[in-house]
Each structure stands twice: as structure tokens, then as C-alpha cells.
Design a binder for this molecule. Structure first.
Ligand SMILES: NC(=O)c1ccc[n+]([C@@H]2O[C@H](COP(=O)([O-])OP(=O)(O)OC[C@H]3O[C@@H](n4cnc5c(N)ncnc54)[C@H](OP(=O)(O)O)[C@@H]3O)[C@@H](O)[C@H]2O)c1
Length: 334
């Protein structure tokens, strides 16, 4: 496994982060532990979870697993923001909720510190100063080593970075955002912020929730029954069939599947390898339901797409430039 610094920090993380959103939900504990063991065997050190995954069970599974392992070798990232308690302050990025949530995460993870504590989404209901000051206090107390953001708009991220500088408090070192061959819109705003501010980029849904795994191809009329995408339709999740069943998706998938055949690699390995080749990306966060899927996906670090394949993938998946302001500014860039 190759390691990289996470953003402008000294923290080194493996090029693949293990996502654990399915732990305790689609992936039972025994299978989750097998995944964690194998991940460490291949040199993985970076694990992503959140307090809301399986109502805390994902953190608990990691905590029980970590008890018999060397905690110090691992880089554990978790998140706070969404509702964990059924009262008015049971969610959000206010001081009261963050300070309660961090204690609950530490207890479930059976550890005295979180390596990367991420705010799961922007919170309109709390002054940013309050959130940043609270996170700063957590770093000073030793309960948290580094902080990160997830699901922010670009102006929100830039504002947070600037405000931390003005206040002299801890800065976010990374952004966790959805980025894959079917969703590249963050290249317009968020990626330039990451590049300018030297923030690490952690990509969630590197396989579009399943769309980039080879299960989907032109001519289908509905998703496979046992897939996440099928469930997404019922639950209203973003990777649903109705959100992605568009000509644009099928065009990307036509070329993508052709390239996987030419490269002699599985579609999942191609999709993850394309991300690994984007200079701004620190790591894709691989999320799986089964051990077999994990064994497939980790092979994405064993080889490299050739330049022709990279160019064709980047070209077919490139989002159209919106006329204004992007088209206008692009024209007069120099
Ligand atoms: N910050 C955030 O808001 C946020 C949001 C979402 C996720 N995340 C993080 O990102 C991680 C990954 O996200 P994700 O689960 O959406 O990633 P993803 O890789 O886009 O989708 C994973 C799903 O694709 C299918 N799959 C994966 N590998 C496969 C393979 N080799 N062959 C066939 N099917 C395969 C499985 O679903 P089925 O087999 O069930 O179809 C699996 O659950 C999560 O675990 C979490 O840590 C963060």
C-alpha cells in the first residue's frame, strides 16, 4: 500500500480508505471483521465511519475489533452532525451536540481519541464560529487529532478555512465528498478549493453506489433485485435508478465497460483506479457489502490504467461546462 499525507498535515494514510457504512446493516459483524483483518493485511490503516451508520453499530463493530489490535497503527475517522437523539439538540454542529456525540463515538470505538473528526454536512442552524471553536477545543483536549469537513458547498468550505485562520483555531485538513466517473460536478468549485487550500480529498461512493460495478449496462429496464440501487429506489437515496437512468449515464457506462474489457480488469477496479489517478484525490473510500466485493476492489491498487484509457474515461465522463459563469470565465481565463 502506498501512503500519502492527508492534506496539509503530517498524517499518513493508505491510498485506499475502508468505508464502513454497511457494517452492522448489510454486512454482519463476522464478515465486517474479516474485511477489517484483510484490510490491515494489505497495509490499510485508514477507516471511515460515522456516528449514524447502523445507529452507531458500525462504530461499535470497529471498537470491538480494535480492542485486540494495535490502536496506534490505525487512523480512525468518524463523523458528527446528523440526528442521533430524538430532541431538538440531538443533531447539528452546535457545541452541545458535538460534545455529547464525541463522547458517544469514543465509547463505541473503545478508544480515547479519534484521528480525524469530520463534520458530516454543513449546518445552517449553528454559527460557524461555534462549531470551529468546539472542534478546536476537542483537538486541544487530545480527544481528536485532526478535523475534516464533508458535504459542504465551496463557499462554505472556503469560509470555514478562512475563518479558522482569522480565529487562530484548528483548520479542516480534508474534505469528504462524492466523486466518481458519474458525478464530477465538484470539479467546478470544490476541487479548486481543495487544491488552493491544500486539503485532502476523500471520495465517497467511488462506484456510484453500485452503478460502476458492471451490474449496470444499456438496455436494462430496472436494477438487479439484490443491489443497493434497487433498495435506493424504495428509500429515496441518491443512487436510485430514477436518478441515474439517463442517456448521459449510459454513454459513460458504454465506454467505461469497453475499457474494463480492454484492460482485462473488473469495472470496479477501473472506476477506483481512475480516481487514484486524479492528483487531488488522497483516497477513494471503498464501501462493500461482501468480502468478495472487497477482494475485487482492493485489486485496484495493484496496477495502473494506461494513458489512453485514462484520457478516454476522463473525456466521456467530463461534465458539460455550464454557460455562465463557468463558460464565460473559462473563455477569458488568461
Ligand atoms: N460523507 C458522506 O456523506 C458519505 C456518504 C456515503 C458514503 N460515505 C462513505 O463512503 C463509503 C463508500 O460509499 P459507498 O458505499 O456509497 O461506495 P460505492 O463503492 O460507490 O458503493 C458500494 C456498493 O456498491 C456495491 N459494490 C461494491 N463493490 C462491488 C463489486 N466489486 N461488485 C459488485 N458490487 C459492488 C455494493 O452494493 P450492493 O452489492 O448492495 O449493490 C456496495 O455496498 C461508505 O462506506 C462511507 O464510509 C460517506
Amino acid at each position: 500500500m502506498e501512503y500519502r499525507n492527508l492534506g496539509n498535515s503530517g498524517l499518513k494514510v493508505g491510498r485506499l480508505c475502508l468505508g464502513t457504512m454497511t457494517f452492522g446493516w448489510g454486512t454482519p459483524e463476522a464478515e465486517s471483521r474479516r474485511l477489517l483483518d484483510k484490510f490491515v493485511d494489505i497495509g490499510g490503516n485508514f477507516i471511515d465511519t460515522a456516528d449514524i451508520y447502523a445507529d452507531g453499530e458500525s462504530e461499535s463493530i470497529i471498537g470491538r475489533w480494535m480492542k485486540d489490535r494495535s490502536r496506534d497503527k490505525m487512523v480512525i475517522a468518524t463523523k458528527v452532525r446528523f440526528e442521533t437523539d430524538d430532541h431538538v439538540n440531538g443533531a447539528g454542529l452546535n457545541r452541545k451536540h458535538i460534545l455529547t456525540a464525541v463522547e458517544n463515538s469514543l465509547r463505541r470505538l473503545k478508544t480515547d481519541h479519534i484521528d480525524v473528526y469530520q463534520v458530516h454536512c454543513w449546518d445552517d442552524g449553528t454559527p460557524l464560529e461555534e462549531t470551529l471553536a468546539t472542534l478546536d477545543r476537542l483537538v486541544a483536549s487530545g480527544k481528536v487529532r485532526y478535523i475534516g469537513a464533508s458535504n459542504f458547498l465551496a463557499w462554505q468550505l472556503q469560509k470555514a478555512v478562512d475563518l479558522s485562520g482569522q480565529l487562530g483555531v484548528e483548520k479542516f485538513i480534508c474534505l469528504q465528498a462524492m466523486y466518481n466517473l458519474l458525478d464530477r460536478l465538484l470539479e467546478w468549485e470544490l476541487i479548486p478549493v481543495c487544491e488552493n487550500e491544500d486539503l485532502g480529498l476523500l471520495c465517497w461512493s467511488p462506484l456510484g453506489g453500485g452503478w460502476l460495478t458492471g451490474k449496470f449496462h444499456r438496455g436494462m429496464s430496472k436494477p438487479p433485485k439484490n443491489s443497493r440501487v434497487n433498495e435506493a429506489e424504495k428509500e429515496g437515496w441518491s443512487e436510485s435508478w430514477s436518478n441515474y437512468n439517463t442517456e448521459q449515464t449510459w454513454q459513460v457506462l458504454d465506454t467505461f465497460l469497453e475499457i474494463a474489457r480492454e484492460a482485462g480488469r473488473t469495472p470496479s477496479q477501473v472506476a477506483i483506479n481512475w480516481l487514484l489517478n486524479q492528483s487531488v484525490v488522497t483516497c477513494p473510500i471503498i464501501g462493500v457489502r461482501t468480502f468478495e466485493q472487497f477482494e475485487d476492489n482492493i485489486k485496484s491498487i495493484e496496477w495502473n490504467l494506461d494513458q489512453d484509457h485514462l484520457d478516454r474515461l476522463s473525456s466521456v465522463s467530463e461534465p458539460q461546462t455550464p454557460r455562465y459563469p463557468y463558460g464565460f470565465i473559462k473563455r477569458f481565463k488568461r
